[in-house]
Design a binder for this molecule. Sequence first.
Ligand SMILES: NC(=O)c1ccc[n+]([C@@H]2O[C@H](COP(=O)([O-])OP(=O)(O)OC[C@H]3O[C@@H](n4cnc5c(N)ncnc54)[C@H](OP(=O)(O)O)[C@@H]3O)[C@@H](O)[C@H]2O)c1
Length: 324
Amino acid sequence: MFVIDILDHGKNNKLIHANKDVPIPGDGDVLIDIKASGVNRPDILQRYGLHPPPPGSPSHPGLEVSGIVMDLGKNVKKFKKGDHVIALLGGGGYAEYCISNQYLTLPMPDNLTFVEAAAIPETYFTVWNNVFRIGNLVKNETILIHGGSSGIGTTAIQIAKEFGAHVITTTSEKEKVEKCYELGADLVVNYNSHDFVEEIKSSEFNEVNLILDIVAGDYTSRNYELAAMYARIIQIAYIKGSNVNLDLSPLMRKSLIHTGSVLRPKNLSYKTAISIDIEKYILPKIRNNKIRPIIHSTFDLREADAAHSLMKSGRHFGKIILTQ
Ligand SMILES: NC(=O)c1ccc[n+]([C@@H]2O[C@H](COP(=O)([O-])OP(=O)(O)OC[C@H]3O[C@@H](n4cnc5c(N)ncnc54)[C@H](OP(=O)(O)O)[C@@H]3O)[C@@H](O)[C@H]2O)c1
């Protein structure tokens, strides 16, 4: 089968066209004929050797797919051949076929195209896990989401709003600000033209109960400034760096919880718990058109390098998808 693989992990990395054997589904696995694959920022980190596949996962990139079940391993009860599905993968989504554990495979909502459906697993699992399972966001609380235009941000804005939170987000340019409002955000701050701390402090919200942060660096102390008593700060990336100089007094004074997570290396039972929640709480809302994946653009799988260049440029709003 055709795959996109990575040559020379590190600063001289390259995406290459390659061929590998079609994988054989093991006990509890399904073989998927991939129709579309989501591109995620961690795929770019993988090229630099910074986000390796967990043991047992294919070495070629790709964390999420939509497609059609082609074959079943032993003990697969949930699916039959021909079912349309989405799947969260440890790797291997940039390919014609992949195998996925049945518990991390979900029925594809039939109001979505394969392109839209491929945008769900990595971002929705990550957002659900961090905002609700770890962050315990509840109705009427205020959440601050940094990177509102990202795949993660466009998902988090919609889900948090749908579950009754007040949503504040930061983004980099005027056009993205308008699009974040269209997604339902209550306050959007352009961090290039405005100071997000001042803007939020002078707004009706004043402070926030939960922060989903992908930036870190100098944002960390600024997040602490905005945090309400007992606020939770959830770190899922550190675009501005993981080493920070920090005054810890607000952490103690306000009893803050600052934690974080990385989805990819977590074990099957951890991811299965999220998968059960996604099927129960999120897929019905997608089927009812309450929330939807936001697609910026699609590329042919063979043009994955161009898709990565677009992602690195930061010009996109929502998800970039590879098709075949
Ligand atoms: N921990 C996990 O399990 C996990 C899982 C998936 C993704 N992630 C992380 O979540 C982040 C989003 O992932 P994604 O796939 O949705 O990526 P993405 O669509 O490429 O989004 C990245 C966004 O970050 C914002 N950004 C870039 N540089 C910035 C800066 N200097 N200051 C502030 N914001 C900046 C930009 O949005 P604006 O223009 O709106 O600011 C950019 O579009 C990535 O950092 C990724 O590594 C973590």
